[in-house]
Design a protein around this ligand. Structure first.
Ligand code: NAI
Length: 377
């Protein structure tokens, strides 16, 4: 099979998410790393790209040069990943979609709802794939949870409770560290701090597993370190279109919690629990029955979970392989086999609408508000 050609913008040396994309994209031999504009410093990006094996003429200095260089090549890239800071996602994603490239954009997809709606329209018009990297949804046991809900194994879902709360910005003496400070500065981060950074992963996951969409929400935001303009802690209650009740807590000052992402789904006939720090197990309790541990790689899993389990039972799989599952689904989609779990631009704009609605609700003492983007009302 000919490998698909992959390029990345951002994700340079020392970046947080770059390595997970490289490991993920290259894990299954479906893509080759053909082009990149990896760093905000042109020469540093060119040099690093070549060190990673990209040909010198495709190790670009910036994304505009990459777009120009790639668009007229016969062997142009089949997919570009946008792994730059948030404020650049919109213009890069839009430009590559308009030029006919498939895009995997990091979250949050855009800064505003209007930009998000524009990306949905541009993606539709181009006929190209615009995926968004809600990679936690690609863990095999998260796919198992979604499949169990879809198969009716929990009955109707009544309640989803999710947390994405860590303690890594809880040290007030480190609050002025530039790597921390920008996340709570509206000029750099936008309208929301912790909710836009981590809360949207939890909210996407709630909709993903419950197979439902957020309709209304009420938010309480707090800046527990007073110098912070944006929130470092948020509690968001929500209701989904199908009637599911949602509770979400996200925090960056929960000292002692590490990654801190977990979700519980409670249906009429059973409950599920999944946690990102034990991603290979799904805890299931049928009503009136014993609690069971469902293991990644065991027999009898739903097809989607089985397909994305890479190594045999009890061998841990983790974050880079969840990202690899996104790339697997993308490779299938580019080859014409659309995978319905793949997070897309509609998910991206729903998140942006939830962020802006949560900010507005928190300002109004938690007033309940419609959280849907206008294109989906
Ligand atoms: P980072 O600050 O660690 O790295 C950013 C990289 O992008 C650096 O290599 C920088 O040189 C490069 N860069 C900046 N501007 C650029 C430009 N205009 N052109 C080319 N390269 C440029 O940032 P991090 O944490 O890796 O985050 C990047 C994105 O990934 C963010 O949108 C963030 O929200 C997202 N992210 C997603 C995660 C997930 O679980 N899906 C986890 C961590 C980050």
């Amino acid at each position: 099979m000919t490998k698909l050609k992959w390029g990345m913008i951002g994700g340079g040396e020392g970046s947080q998410i770059g390595p997970a994309h490289r490991l993920g994209a290259l894990a299954d031999g479906r893509f080759e790393f053909a082009a990149g504009a990896l760093d905000h410093r042109a020469e540093v990006g060119r040099e690093y790209g070549q060190r990673l094996g990209i040909a010198a003429d495709r190790a670009y200095g910036d994304w505009q040069e990459m777009l120009e260089g790639e668009k007229n090549r016969d062997d142009r890239i089949d997919l570009v990943t946008v792994a730059t800071p948030n404020s650049t996602h919109f213009e890069i994603t839009k430009a590559f979609l308009e030029a006919g490239f498939n895009v995997l954009c990091e979250k949050p997809m855009t800064m505003t709802v209007e930009e998000g709606e524009e990306i949905v329209r541009v993606a539709e018009k181009s006929g190209k794939i615009c995926a968004v990297n809600y990679c936690y949804s690609a863990y095999p046991m998260v796919r198992q949870a979604r499949a169990m809900v879809r198969a009716g194994e929990l009955g109707k879902v009544r309640l989803v409770v999710t947390n994405f709360s860590h303690g890594h910005h809880g040290d007030a003496t480190d609050a002025d560290n530039p790597r921390v400070r920008w996340r709570y500065d509206p000029a750099m981060a936008g309208v929301s701090g912790q909710f836009a950074d981590c809360g949207i992963h939890a909210m996407h996951m709630a909709g993903f597993i419950a197979d439902d969409e957020v309709e209304t929400l009420s938010a309480d935001f707090a800046s527990t370190i007073p110098s912070r303009e944006l929130e470092d802690d948020a509690m968001v209650n929500f209701r989904m279109t199908g009637g599911t009740v949602g509770r979400l807590w996200t925090s960056s000052v929960a000292i002692g919690r590490q990654h801190g992402f977990d979700i519980q789904v409670f249906g009429e006939t059973g409950g599920l629990r999944w946690a990102s720090e034990q991603p290979n197990q799904l805890i299931y309790t049928p009503v009136g029955g014993r609690t069971q541990i469902i293991e990644k790689g065991e027999g009898g899993l739903h097809e989607d979970a089985q397909r994305l389990s890479r190594v045999s039972i009890a061998h841990p799989e983790g974050f880079p392989l969840a990202v690899a599952n996104i790339y697997c689904d993308l490779a299938d989609a580019i080859s014409g086999e659309i995978r319905d779990g793949l997070p897309n631009a509609a998910d991206g704009v729903r998140s942006m609408a939830a962020v802006h609605t949560a900010v507005a609700s928190a300002k109004e003492n938690g007033a309940w508000m419609d959280a849907r983007p206008s294109i989906f009302k």
